[in-house]
Design a binder for this molecule. Sequence first.
Ligand code: HEM
Length: 446
Amino acid sequence: MSKLPGSTGISLLGDKSLEFYRDPITFCERRIEKHGSRIFQARLLNKSTSFVCSVQGMKELLCDKSSVFLKDPTDVMTYMYGDNIVTTNGEEASLLRLSLMNLFTGKCLASSSDYITSVCERSLKDLSSSAEPQAVYTIFKRLGSELVLGLFLNIKAEENPEAFEEITQLCTLHWHGIISAPVNVRIPMWSSGFSTALEAKDKLMEIIKEKLELEQEGFVGCLRALPLPDASCASQHLLLFISALIPKALASLLTSFTLALCGPDQEEARARARREPAYLDQVLLEVQRLWPPFIGGRRIASQDTTLGGYHIPKGSAAMYVSYGVHRDPEVFHQPEEFRPERWSGRNAGQEGLLCTLGNGPRNCIGVQLNHVFLKAACGYLLQHYDWSLSPSDQTLQYKWLPVSRPEDPLMVVFTPLRDQASRQPQDSTRDTCTHTQAEARKNTND
Ligand code: HEM
Protein backbone atom coordinates (compact mmCIF):
# COMPACT_ATOMS: atom_id res chain seq x y z
CA MET A 1 0.00 0.00 0.00
CA SER A 2 1.65 3.28 -1.04
CA LYS A 3 1.36 6.82 0.26
CA LEU A 4 -1.08 9.09 -1.52
CA PRO A 5 0.84 11.58 -3.68
CA GLY A 6 0.65 15.26 -2.67
CA SER A 7 0.78 16.99 0.66
CA THR A 8 -1.82 18.16 3.16
CA GLY A 9 0.56 20.55 4.95
CA ILE A 10 -0.20 21.73 8.43
CA SER A 11 -3.59 22.75 9.82
CA LEU A 12 -5.00 26.06 8.48
CA LEU A 13 -1.70 27.23 6.92
CA GLY A 14 -1.63 24.32 4.51
CA ASP A 15 -5.26 24.78 3.55
CA LYS A 16 -5.86 25.03 -0.21
CA SER A 17 -9.59 25.73 -0.13
CA LEU A 18 -9.33 29.18 -1.69
CA GLU A 19 -7.09 27.90 -4.48
CA PHE A 20 -9.55 25.06 -5.16
CA TYR A 21 -12.71 27.18 -5.07
CA ARG A 22 -11.16 29.86 -7.29
CA ASP A 23 -10.27 27.45 -10.06
CA PRO A 24 -10.92 23.76 -9.32
CA ILE A 25 -9.90 22.63 -12.80
CA THR A 26 -6.43 24.14 -12.80
CA PHE A 27 -6.07 22.96 -9.19
CA CYS A 28 -6.67 19.34 -10.21
CA GLU A 29 -4.94 19.41 -13.58
CA ARG A 30 -1.70 20.82 -12.11
CA ARG A 31 -1.58 18.18 -9.42
CA ILE A 32 -2.49 15.30 -11.76
CA GLU A 33 0.42 16.32 -13.95
CA LYS A 34 2.83 16.96 -11.08
CA HIS A 35 2.13 13.68 -9.29
CA GLY A 36 1.47 11.57 -12.39
CA SER A 37 -1.63 10.26 -10.61
CA ARG A 38 -5.36 10.94 -10.93
CA ILE A 39 -5.73 10.42 -7.18
CA PHE A 40 -3.80 12.83 -4.95
CA GLN A 41 -4.14 14.62 -1.63
CA ALA A 42 -4.35 18.24 -0.47
CA ARG A 43 -5.92 20.11 2.46
CA LEU A 44 -9.50 21.24 1.75
CA LEU A 45 -11.87 22.82 4.31
CA ASN A 46 -8.88 22.36 6.62
CA LYS A 47 -9.14 18.58 6.30
CA SER A 48 -6.83 16.08 4.64
CA THR A 49 -8.65 15.30 1.42
CA SER A 50 -8.02 12.79 -1.33
CA PHE A 51 -9.11 14.07 -4.73
CA VAL A 52 -10.36 11.36 -7.03
CA CYS A 53 -10.16 12.10 -10.76
CA SER A 54 -10.17 8.57 -12.20
CA VAL A 55 -13.13 6.40 -13.18
CA GLN A 56 -11.78 3.46 -11.21
CA GLY A 57 -11.20 5.60 -8.11
CA MET A 58 -14.70 7.07 -8.34
CA LYS A 59 -16.25 3.58 -8.60
CA GLU A 60 -14.25 2.40 -5.61
CA LEU A 61 -15.25 5.45 -3.56
CA LEU A 62 -18.96 5.57 -4.45
CA CYS A 63 -19.77 1.90 -5.12
CA ASP A 64 -17.36 -0.75 -3.81
CA LYS A 65 -16.53 1.12 -0.58
CA SER A 66 -19.75 3.06 -0.11
CA SER A 67 -20.13 1.59 3.37
CA VAL A 68 -16.68 2.90 4.35
CA PHE A 69 -16.83 6.37 2.78
CA LEU A 70 -19.78 8.14 4.41
CA LYS A 71 -21.67 11.40 3.98
CA ASP A 72 -20.53 14.20 6.31
CA PRO A 73 -23.34 15.08 8.75
CA THR A 74 -21.55 18.36 9.61
CA ASP A 75 -21.65 19.50 5.97
CA VAL A 76 -22.80 23.11 5.43
CA MET A 77 -25.86 21.63 3.64
CA THR A 78 -27.15 20.49 7.04
CA TYR A 79 -27.03 24.01 8.44
CA MET A 80 -28.86 25.47 5.49
CA TYR A 81 -31.35 22.71 4.71
CA GLY A 82 -31.70 21.01 8.10
CA ASP A 83 -31.70 17.23 8.48
CA ASN A 84 -32.35 15.48 5.22
CA ILE A 85 -31.24 12.48 3.23
CA VAL A 86 -28.20 14.20 1.71
CA THR A 87 -26.09 14.10 4.87
CA THR A 88 -27.61 11.00 6.49
CA ASN A 89 -25.93 7.59 6.63
CA GLY A 90 -26.63 3.92 7.28
CA GLU A 91 -30.05 2.38 7.67
CA GLU A 92 -31.76 5.74 8.10
CA ALA A 93 -30.48 6.84 4.68
CA SER A 94 -31.47 3.54 3.03
CA LEU A 95 -35.03 3.72 4.39
CA LEU A 96 -35.40 7.38 3.42
CA ARG A 97 -34.18 6.65 -0.09
CA LEU A 98 -36.61 3.76 -0.44
CA SER A 99 -39.47 6.04 0.52
CA LEU A 100 -38.46 9.12 -1.42
CA MET A 101 -37.64 7.18 -4.58
CA ASN A 102 -41.38 6.59 -4.96
CA LEU A 103 -41.81 10.26 -5.74
CA PHE A 104 -39.37 10.19 -8.65
CA THR A 105 -40.21 6.89 -10.29
CA GLY A 106 -43.27 4.92 -11.28
CA LYS A 107 -46.69 6.52 -11.27
CA CYS A 108 -45.53 9.79 -9.71
CA LEU A 109 -42.97 10.29 -12.47
CA ALA A 110 -45.42 9.27 -15.19
CA SER A 111 -47.97 11.77 -13.89
CA SER A 112 -45.35 14.57 -14.11
CA SER A 113 -44.61 14.02 -17.77
CA ASP A 114 -47.51 16.07 -19.22
CA TYR A 115 -46.66 18.99 -16.97
CA ILE A 116 -42.97 18.80 -17.98
CA THR A 117 -43.95 18.83 -21.65
CA SER A 118 -46.28 21.79 -21.18
CA VAL A 119 -43.73 23.87 -19.23
CA CYS A 120 -41.08 23.24 -21.88
CA GLU A 121 -43.48 24.28 -24.62
CA ARG A 122 -44.62 27.45 -22.86
CA SER A 123 -41.12 28.53 -21.85
CA LEU A 124 -39.42 27.82 -25.14
CA LYS A 125 -42.05 28.71 -27.72
CA ASP A 126 -41.05 32.36 -28.11
CA LEU A 127 -37.28 32.00 -28.40
CA SER A 128 -37.27 33.17 -32.02
CA SER A 129 -40.10 35.69 -31.88
CA SER A 130 -37.94 38.81 -31.47
CA ALA A 131 -35.04 37.61 -33.68
CA GLU A 132 -32.82 39.02 -30.89
CA PRO A 133 -30.07 36.98 -29.23
CA GLN A 134 -31.26 35.30 -26.03
CA ALA A 135 -29.38 34.86 -22.74
CA VAL A 136 -30.06 31.15 -22.62
CA TYR A 137 -28.89 30.31 -19.10
CA THR A 138 -31.37 32.80 -17.60
CA ILE A 139 -34.20 31.43 -19.73
CA PHE A 140 -33.38 27.84 -18.84
CA LYS A 141 -33.06 28.66 -15.14
CA ARG A 142 -36.54 30.15 -15.18
CA LEU A 143 -37.78 27.04 -16.98
CA GLY A 144 -36.14 24.91 -14.26
CA SER A 145 -37.80 26.97 -11.51
CA GLU A 146 -41.20 26.65 -13.20
CA LEU A 147 -40.71 22.94 -13.39
CA VAL A 148 -39.59 22.50 -9.80
CA LEU A 149 -42.16 24.79 -8.16
CA GLY A 150 -44.98 23.53 -10.39
CA LEU A 151 -44.18 19.86 -9.81
CA PHE A 152 -43.21 19.88 -6.15
CA LEU A 153 -45.30 22.70 -4.67
CA ASN A 154 -48.07 22.98 -7.24
CA ILE A 155 -47.21 26.69 -7.66
CA LYS A 156 -47.67 27.31 -11.39
CA ALA A 157 -46.08 30.47 -12.77
CA GLU A 158 -48.90 31.14 -15.23
CA GLU A 159 -51.66 30.65 -12.64
CA ASN A 160 -50.05 32.29 -9.65
CA PRO A 161 -47.25 34.59 -10.86
CA GLU A 162 -46.84 36.52 -7.60
CA ALA A 163 -46.41 33.46 -5.43
CA PHE A 164 -44.10 31.97 -8.04
CA GLU A 165 -41.86 35.07 -8.09
CA GLU A 166 -41.83 35.34 -4.30
CA ILE A 167 -40.83 31.72 -3.75
CA THR A 168 -38.23 31.80 -6.54
CA GLN A 169 -36.64 34.82 -4.90
CA LEU A 170 -36.69 33.22 -1.44
CA CYS A 171 -35.04 30.08 -2.87
CA THR A 172 -32.32 32.23 -4.42
CA LEU A 173 -31.68 34.14 -1.16
CA HIS A 174 -31.56 30.87 0.72
CA TRP A 175 -29.08 29.43 -1.77
CA HIS A 176 -26.89 32.56 -1.67
CA GLY A 177 -26.50 31.92 2.07
CA ILE A 178 -24.76 28.65 1.32
CA ILE A 179 -22.33 30.09 -1.16
CA SER A 180 -21.68 33.15 1.04
CA ALA A 181 -20.17 30.86 3.69
CA PRO A 182 -16.39 31.38 3.67
CA VAL A 183 -14.85 28.04 2.88
CA ASN A 184 -12.58 27.88 5.93
CA VAL A 185 -15.22 28.91 8.49
CA ARG A 186 -18.11 26.53 8.76
CA ILE A 187 -20.92 28.71 10.15
CA PRO A 188 -20.35 32.40 9.68
CA MET A 189 -23.33 33.48 11.85
CA TRP A 190 -22.14 37.05 11.55
CA SER A 191 -22.25 37.13 7.77
CA SER A 192 -25.24 39.15 6.51
CA GLY A 193 -25.70 36.81 3.54
CA PHE A 194 -26.04 33.95 5.95
CA SER A 195 -28.65 35.58 8.18
CA THR A 196 -30.67 36.74 5.14
CA ALA A 197 -30.55 33.14 3.98
CA LEU A 198 -31.86 31.89 7.31
CA GLU A 199 -34.74 34.40 7.16
CA ALA A 200 -35.54 33.18 3.64
CA LYS A 201 -35.44 29.61 4.91
CA ASP A 202 -37.95 30.41 7.68
CA LYS A 203 -40.35 31.96 5.17
CA LEU A 204 -39.98 29.01 2.81
CA MET A 205 -40.67 26.60 5.66
CA GLU A 206 -43.89 28.48 6.50
CA ILE A 207 -45.05 28.20 2.89
CA ILE A 208 -44.11 24.53 2.74
CA LYS A 209 -45.89 23.67 6.00
CA GLU A 210 -49.05 25.40 4.83
CA LYS A 211 -48.93 23.42 1.59
CA LEU A 212 -48.45 20.18 3.50
CA GLU A 213 -51.44 20.96 5.69
CA LEU A 214 -53.79 21.95 2.88
CA GLU A 215 -52.93 19.89 -0.21
CA GLN A 216 -54.08 16.33 -0.65
CA GLU A 217 -53.21 15.89 -4.32
CA GLY A 218 -50.13 15.83 -6.53
CA PHE A 219 -46.55 15.60 -5.31
CA VAL A 220 -47.35 17.07 -1.87
CA GLY A 221 -50.12 14.49 -1.47
CA CYS A 222 -47.73 11.66 -2.48
CA LEU A 223 -45.10 12.98 -0.06
CA ARG A 224 -47.61 13.12 2.81
CA ALA A 225 -48.59 9.52 2.14
CA LEU A 226 -45.01 8.22 2.47
CA PRO A 227 -43.93 6.37 5.60
CA LEU A 228 -41.44 8.95 6.90
CA PRO A 229 -39.72 8.81 10.30
CA ASP A 230 -41.10 12.05 11.78
CA ALA A 231 -43.39 15.01 11.18
CA SER A 232 -40.69 17.44 10.03
CA CYS A 233 -39.18 15.01 7.51
CA ALA A 234 -41.60 15.85 4.67
CA SER A 235 -41.13 19.63 5.05
CA GLN A 236 -37.33 19.34 5.28
CA HIS A 237 -37.28 17.36 2.06
CA LEU A 238 -39.60 19.70 0.24
CA LEU A 239 -37.19 22.49 1.16
CA LEU A 240 -34.41 20.43 -0.41
CA PHE A 241 -36.37 19.61 -3.56
CA ILE A 242 -37.23 23.24 -4.28
CA SER A 243 -33.64 24.37 -3.68
CA ALA A 244 -32.35 26.87 -6.27
CA LEU A 245 -29.62 24.34 -6.91
CA ILE A 246 -31.90 22.15 -9.03
CA PRO A 247 -33.06 24.78 -11.59
CA LYS A 248 -29.43 25.89 -11.81
CA ALA A 249 -28.24 22.36 -12.52
CA LEU A 250 -30.94 21.85 -15.16
CA ALA A 251 -30.09 25.22 -16.72
CA SER A 252 -26.42 24.29 -16.71
CA LEU A 253 -27.06 21.12 -18.73
CA LEU A 254 -29.46 22.82 -21.16
CA THR A 255 -26.97 25.65 -21.70
CA SER A 256 -24.17 23.19 -22.38
CA PHE A 257 -26.41 21.23 -24.74
CA THR A 258 -27.28 24.43 -26.64
CA LEU A 259 -23.63 25.37 -26.89
CA ALA A 260 -22.50 21.89 -27.93
CA LEU A 261 -24.96 21.79 -30.85
CA CYS A 262 -24.63 25.44 -31.82
CA GLY A 263 -24.07 26.95 -35.25
CA PRO A 264 -23.48 25.71 -38.80
CA ASP A 265 -20.69 23.28 -37.73
CA GLN A 266 -23.22 21.27 -35.74
CA GLU A 267 -26.04 21.37 -38.29
CA GLU A 268 -25.65 17.71 -39.10
CA ALA A 269 -25.58 16.71 -35.43
CA ARG A 270 -28.77 18.71 -34.80
CA ALA A 271 -30.49 17.09 -37.77
CA ARG A 272 -29.49 13.63 -36.57
CA ALA A 273 -30.53 14.29 -32.97
CA ARG A 274 -33.86 15.55 -34.36
CA ARG A 275 -34.40 12.31 -36.27
CA GLU A 276 -32.94 9.71 -33.91
CA PRO A 277 -33.91 9.62 -30.23
CA ALA A 278 -31.01 7.22 -29.59
CA TYR A 279 -28.53 9.76 -30.97
CA LEU A 280 -30.06 12.49 -28.79
CA ASP A 281 -29.41 10.20 -25.80
CA GLN A 282 -25.77 9.97 -26.85
CA VAL A 283 -25.53 13.75 -27.21
CA LEU A 284 -26.97 14.16 -23.72
CA LEU A 285 -24.51 11.65 -22.28
CA GLU A 286 -21.64 13.54 -23.88
CA VAL A 287 -22.97 16.87 -22.55
CA GLN A 288 -23.15 15.37 -19.06
CA ARG A 289 -19.65 13.93 -19.42
CA LEU A 290 -17.97 17.14 -20.50
CA TRP A 291 -19.96 19.69 -18.51
CA PRO A 292 -21.29 18.15 -15.28
CA PRO A 293 -23.21 20.86 -13.38
CA PHE A 294 -21.64 19.95 -10.02
CA ILE A 295 -17.93 19.64 -9.42
CA GLY A 296 -18.40 16.45 -7.39
CA GLY A 297 -19.22 15.13 -3.95
CA ARG A 298 -17.43 14.55 -0.69
CA ARG A 299 -17.24 11.64 1.75
CA ILE A 300 -15.46 10.90 5.05
CA ALA A 301 -13.49 7.65 5.59
CA SER A 302 -15.05 5.87 8.58
CA GLN A 303 -11.99 3.61 8.96
CA ASP A 304 -8.47 3.22 7.60
CA THR A 305 -8.81 2.06 4.01
CA THR A 306 -7.39 2.41 0.50
CA LEU A 307 -8.30 4.13 -2.77
CA GLY A 308 -6.54 3.10 -5.96
CA GLY A 309 -4.07 1.21 -3.77
CA TYR A 310 -3.17 4.32 -1.72
CA HIS A 311 -3.57 4.44 2.04
CA ILE A 312 -6.50 6.59 3.24
CA PRO A 313 -6.57 7.27 6.98
CA LYS A 314 -9.75 7.12 9.06
CA GLY A 315 -11.39 10.54 9.43
CA SER A 316 -9.92 12.04 6.26
CA ALA A 317 -12.12 13.28 3.42
CA ALA A 318 -12.35 12.00 -0.15
CA MET A 319 -13.83 13.97 -3.00
CA TYR A 320 -14.67 12.72 -6.48
CA VAL A 321 -14.17 15.44 -9.06
CA SER A 322 -16.64 14.79 -11.90
CA TYR A 323 -14.71 16.94 -14.35
CA GLY A 324 -11.56 14.87 -13.75
CA VAL A 325 -13.31 11.48 -13.67
CA HIS A 326 -15.05 12.23 -16.98
CA ARG A 327 -11.77 13.11 -18.64
CA ASP A 328 -9.94 9.98 -17.52
CA PRO A 329 -8.05 8.97 -20.69
CA GLU A 330 -7.97 5.34 -19.56
CA VAL A 331 -11.71 5.18 -20.29
CA PHE A 332 -12.52 8.12 -22.54
CA HIS A 333 -10.40 8.25 -25.66
CA GLN A 334 -9.63 11.88 -26.64
CA PRO A 335 -11.46 12.98 -23.51
CA GLU A 336 -11.62 16.72 -24.31
CA GLU A 337 -13.51 16.16 -27.56
CA PHE A 338 -17.28 16.31 -27.87
CA ARG A 339 -17.97 12.98 -29.59
CA PRO A 340 -21.49 11.62 -28.99
CA GLU A 341 -20.59 8.64 -31.20
CA ARG A 342 -18.30 7.30 -28.49
CA TRP A 343 -21.45 6.12 -26.66
CA SER A 344 -22.34 3.74 -29.50
CA GLY A 345 -18.71 2.76 -30.12
CA ARG A 346 -15.88 2.36 -27.66
CA ASN A 347 -17.92 3.50 -24.64
CA ALA A 348 -21.19 1.74 -25.56
CA GLY A 349 -23.00 0.56 -22.43
CA GLN A 350 -20.66 2.48 -20.13
CA GLU A 351 -23.01 5.27 -19.01
CA GLY A 352 -22.57 3.84 -15.52
CA LEU A 353 -19.03 5.24 -15.51
CA LEU A 354 -20.30 8.82 -15.34
CA CYS A 355 -20.89 10.63 -12.06
CA THR A 356 -22.80 13.71 -13.23
CA LEU A 357 -25.64 12.56 -10.98
CA GLY A 358 -23.38 10.81 -8.51
CA ASN A 359 -22.99 7.04 -8.65
CA GLY A 360 -23.62 3.94 -6.57
CA PRO A 361 -26.10 3.57 -3.72
CA ARG A 362 -26.09 7.31 -2.94
CA ASN A 363 -26.61 8.58 -6.46
CA CYS A 364 -29.17 11.27 -7.31
CA ILE A 365 -32.76 10.25 -6.68
CA GLY A 366 -33.87 12.58 -9.48
CA VAL A 367 -32.04 10.62 -12.23
CA GLN A 368 -35.16 9.57 -14.13
CA LEU A 369 -36.89 12.89 -13.68
CA ASN A 370 -33.82 14.63 -15.08
CA HIS A 371 -33.79 12.35 -18.05
CA VAL A 372 -37.46 12.96 -18.85
CA PHE A 373 -36.95 16.69 -18.42
CA LEU A 374 -33.81 16.89 -20.60
CA LYS A 375 -35.40 14.84 -23.35
CA ALA A 376 -38.48 17.07 -23.32
CA ALA A 377 -36.58 20.39 -23.31
CA CYS A 378 -33.85 19.41 -25.76
CA GLY A 379 -36.42 17.64 -27.97
CA TYR A 380 -38.48 20.82 -28.11
CA LEU A 381 -35.47 22.95 -29.04
CA LEU A 382 -34.42 20.54 -31.78
CA GLN A 383 -37.89 20.18 -33.27
CA HIS A 384 -38.55 23.90 -33.45
CA TYR A 385 -35.26 25.72 -33.97
CA ASP A 386 -31.89 26.06 -35.46
CA TRP A 387 -29.53 28.16 -33.42
CA SER A 388 -26.15 29.87 -33.43
CA LEU A 389 -24.05 32.17 -31.27
CA SER A 390 -24.73 35.88 -31.68
CA PRO A 391 -22.27 37.54 -31.65
CA SER A 392 -20.20 34.67 -32.97
CA ASP A 393 -17.01 35.65 -31.10
CA GLN A 394 -18.14 35.19 -27.49
CA THR A 395 -15.78 34.07 -24.72
CA LEU A 396 -16.87 30.55 -23.97
CA GLN A 397 -14.70 30.07 -20.90
CA TYR A 398 -16.54 27.96 -18.30
CA LYS A 399 -16.80 28.59 -14.60
CA TRP A 400 -17.26 25.45 -12.53
CA LEU A 401 -18.43 26.65 -9.17
CA PRO A 402 -20.91 26.73 -7.66
CA VAL A 403 -22.65 25.32 -10.77
CA SER A 404 -20.93 24.97 -14.14
CA ARG A 405 -21.75 27.31 -17.04
CA PRO A 406 -20.07 29.72 -19.45
CA GLU A 407 -18.61 32.59 -17.40
CA ASP A 408 -20.21 35.27 -19.60
CA PRO A 409 -23.91 35.04 -20.45
CA LEU A 410 -24.16 32.83 -23.51
CA MET A 411 -26.08 34.75 -26.19
CA VAL A 412 -27.82 32.60 -28.79
CA VAL A 413 -30.06 33.49 -31.70
CA PHE A 414 -32.81 30.99 -32.52
CA THR A 415 -34.39 30.69 -35.95
CA PRO A 416 -37.61 28.74 -36.47
CA LEU A 417 -37.36 25.52 -38.44
CA ARG A 418 -39.41 26.37 -41.49
CA ASP A 419 -38.74 23.32 -43.57
CA GLN A 420 -41.34 20.98 -42.13
CA ALA A 421 -40.09 18.25 -44.45
CA SER A 422 -36.81 18.21 -42.54
CA ARG A 423 -38.70 17.13 -39.44
CA GLN A 424 -38.81 13.39 -39.19
CA PRO A 425 -40.98 11.58 -38.53
CA GLN A 426 -43.93 13.70 -39.77
CA ASP A 427 -44.73 15.48 -36.55
CA SER A 428 -41.60 14.95 -34.53
CA THR A 429 -42.62 17.24 -31.68
CA ARG A 430 -45.46 14.96 -30.92
CA ASP A 431 -43.15 12.07 -31.47
CA THR A 432 -40.51 13.31 -29.05
CA CYS A 433 -43.17 14.01 -26.43
CA THR A 434 -44.68 10.62 -27.00
CA HIS A 435 -41.24 9.10 -26.63
CA THR A 436 -40.74 10.99 -23.36
CA GLN A 437 -44.11 9.87 -22.07
CA ALA A 438 -43.40 6.33 -23.14
CA GLU A 439 -40.17 6.45 -21.16
CA ALA A 440 -42.00 7.75 -18.13
CA ARG A 441 -44.58 4.99 -18.54
CA LYS A 442 -41.80 2.45 -18.88
CA ASN A 443 -40.37 3.76 -15.61
CA THR A 444 -43.74 3.08 -13.97
CA ASN A 445 -42.67 -0.54 -13.99
CA ASP A 446 -39.27 0.12 -12.40
C1 HEM B 1 -29.56 18.30 -13.43
C2 HEM B 1 -30.08 18.12 -12.25
C3 HEM B 1 -29.38 17.39 -11.13
C4 HEM B 1 -28.06 17.10 -10.93
C5 HEM B 1 -26.89 17.44 -11.84
C6 HEM B 1 -27.96 16.35 -9.70
C7 HEM B 1 -26.77 15.85 -9.19
C8 HEM B 1 -26.66 15.10 -8.05
C9 HEM B 1 -25.44 14.51 -7.56
C10 HEM B 1 -24.07 14.64 -8.21
C11 HEM B 1 -25.74 13.83 -6.43
C12 HEM B 1 -24.77 12.98 -5.59
C13 HEM B 1 -24.06 13.82 -4.55
C14 HEM B 1 -22.98 13.04 -3.83
O1 HEM B 1 -22.43 12.07 -4.35
O2 HEM B 1 -22.64 13.44 -2.71
C15 HEM B 1 -27.14 14.01 -6.18
C16 HEM B 1 -27.81 13.51 -5.11
C17 HEM B 1 -29.11 13.81 -4.84
N1 HEM B 1 -30.00 14.43 -5.68
FE1 HEM B 1 -29.63 15.24 -7.46
N2 HEM B 1 -29.19 16.22 -9.16
C18 HEM B 1 -30.09 16.84 -9.99
C19 HEM B 1 -31.45 16.91 -9.83
C20 HEM B 1 -32.11 16.44 -8.76
C21 HEM B 1 -33.54 16.49 -8.59
C22 HEM B 1 -34.55 17.03 -9.62
C23 HEM B 1 -33.79 16.00 -7.36
C24 HEM B 1 -35.10 15.84 -6.67
C25 HEM B 1 -35.95 16.80 -6.56
C26 HEM B 1 -32.53 15.61 -6.77
C27 HEM B 1 -32.38 15.07 -5.52
C28 HEM B 1 -31.21 14.53 -5.03
C29 HEM B 1 -31.08 13.93 -3.70
C30 HEM B 1 -32.17 13.84 -2.65
C31 HEM B 1 -29.76 13.48 -3.59
C32 HEM B 1 -29.13 12.79 -2.39
C33 HEM B 1 -29.25 11.30 -2.50
C34 HEM B 1 -28.59 10.62 -1.32
O3 HEM B 1 -27.82 11.24 -0.61
O4 HEM B 1 -28.83 9.40 -1.13
N3 HEM B 1 -31.54 15.88 -7.66
N4 HEM B 1 -27.69 14.77 -7.20
